[in-house]
Design a protein around this ligand. Structure first.
Ligand SMILES: [Zn+2]
Length: 488
């Protein structure tokens, strides 16, 4: 996040207050609307994942199912290739089923599946050697899907479980699908290829979540949360001669959004993704590309800036601004929910500064106890403030819908911290967010220890899918629809 320097503040606030009041009221009509906001977001519910019941349960290979009979070139016959073979077999089977209905012709099987070990001597694909290429990719001239069994897939499996390699291979198949279906043009920006491949991945994972994949299963609760969290770690380079990683896949927020579109609405929605659609969603805010992320501290000065921006954002919602304290005063009859607790009887948000500072610490791979970054910490504070907003509106604070409304209101607050030089909308207060901040928010939402989508008792909405949808709804459309959309 960034704090606006003092000499820039006065002018900006003078310009912004009126517009801000107009934009953040609880009247739906003044919410920001975005062309192309998907029907999927409108269907969000407190109890399901795009029509499926949210539940935790086993995710991974189905036990007792014979391995797929499919040729993988250059395989070492080991367990990693076994998992990859079953994965591409299930993905190919899915597309054989839905491709004709979606695109009006038969699905031609992929010509080659190639396994290699990036630490080995390498094989030639797309005119280059795979030596040292710890990646997975689709090569259009060879019509080949290739993966590194030596480093990439085992790393993904060890870090995120066996469905992570499946997600990577489903994404690569997404590139093969778009090549066959002609849903992208050669001169489309790479982000269009990537958003569509992520969307196709989501469509396939719905098939898995419905129990229709032969070799794999995934739960709609923790299983899907994990996969959405993995997306931002997948980086390939489709259809290019180089295998280098690049940033054109979009950030985590974009990627999870594309995945959710496919999961909710199927491959037809993915096929509609073109340069205009992607441009509208991912670059509607110039900040998306240019804002610099710097991590601000959790201290009195910045907590005060958080409070001030919340007061301003929710000024005309009828909310009595809650007091924000760090003195640890207990709230009788209320279970503490560190790092932030909302005390209904005194209308106070009390903070555990040390725990917020831990959450504000950006992730360090060597430290399992590190957090997400500054925005994730500030969003915990905003989440308890959002309970005061709901209380003022006479809404219950202790059910699951309260968790979704909380995520929606936190999203709406985040959406007005965006610097928008084009002036479609004016930012509020002195805090500004960068793309990395929204990614921190998504990571925290998909984690198990966040209040951003939790009710007053700290109980998180079970489905990360629904948490992210609610946050995005507020972020993109403003607070106007939060209460109506997430009814108790
Ligand atoms: Zn890709």
């Amino acid at each position: 996040m960034a704090a606006v320097p003092a000499h820039r503040r006065r002018k900006r606030i003078a310009v912004t207050v009126l517009a801000a009041l107009g934009c953040v009221s609880l009247i739906a009509g003044c919410a920001r609307t975005i062309a192309g906001t998907p029907a999927a977001a409108e269907r969000a519910s407190t109890t399901d994942v795009a029509g499926l019941p949210a539940a935790n349960g086993p995710s991974g290979p189905k036990p007792g199912v014979p391995d797929a009979d499919l040729t993988v070139e250059n395989s070492d016959g080991g367990p990693m290739d076994g998992l990859a073979r079953n994965a591409v077999a299930d993905v190919e089977s899915y597309w054989s089923g839905v491709f004709p209905d979606t695109f009006g012709r038969e699905f031609a099987p992929v010509e080659q599946y190639v396994s290699y070990d990036s630490s080995g001597s390498g094989v030639q694909l797309c005119g280059e050697s795979t030596r040292g290429v710890a990646n997975a990719f689709y090569c259009p001239p060879d019509d080949a899907i290739a993966w590194d069994r030596g480093e990439l897939l085992p790393q993904l499996q060890n870090s995120f479980g066996p469905m992570a390699p499946v997600a990577v291979l489903a994404h690569e198949m997404g590139h093969a699908v778009q090549h066959r279906a002609g849903t992208v043009a050669d001169n489309d920006p790479v982000i269009v290829f990537e958003q569509q491949a992520d969307c196709f991945t989501g469509a396939f994972f719905r098939h898995v979540a419905e129990g229709n994949a032969e070799h794999f299963r995934i739960s709609t609760g923790d299983g899907l949360n994990r996969i959405m969290g993995v997306l931002s770690f997948i980086r390939d380079a489709p259809g290019t001669s180089g295998f280098t990683a690049d940033s054109a896949h979009g950030n985590a927020f974009d990627r999870v959004t594309a995945f959710q579109y496919g999961f909710s609405d199927g491959p037809g929605r993915c096929a509609e993704m073109d340069a205009a659609d992607v441009e509208r969603r991912t670059t509607q805010f110039p900040f998306w590309k240019h804002a610099q992320e710097t991590d601000l501290p959790v201290d009195d000065e910045h907590l005060e800036a958080v409070r001030a921006s919340l007061d301003e954002v929710f000024a005309d919602s009828g909310t009595q601004p809650p007091k924000i304290t760090t003195d640890g005063t207990p709230c009788p009859g209320t279970r503490p929910t560190p790092p932030a607790t909302y005390c209904e009887s005194t209308n106070t948000v009390s903070l555990d500064t040390a725990e917020l500072q831990r959450i504000a610490t950006p992730p360090v791979s060597s430290d399992a106890n590190s957090g997400y970054g500054d925005f994730a910490a500030y969003a915990q504070v905003a989440s308890r403030y959002a309970l005061a907003v709901q209380k003022a509106a006479g809404l219950p604070l202790d059910d699951e819908a309260a968790g979704l409304r909380t995520a929606c209101f936190v999203g709406s607050w985040s959406g007005v911290l965006v610097e928008d030089p084009i002036g479609r909308r004016n930012p509020v207060g002195t805090l500004r967010i960068a793309p990395g901040d929204v990614d921190e928010g998504v990571a925290a939402l998909l984690g198990e220890d966040s209040l951003i989508a939790a009710n007053i008792d700290g109980e998180q909405v079970p489905a990360g899918f629904a948490r992210v949808e609610a946050f995005r709804s507020g972020f993109q459309d403003g607070s106007g629809a939060c209460a109506a959309k997430y009814r108790s």
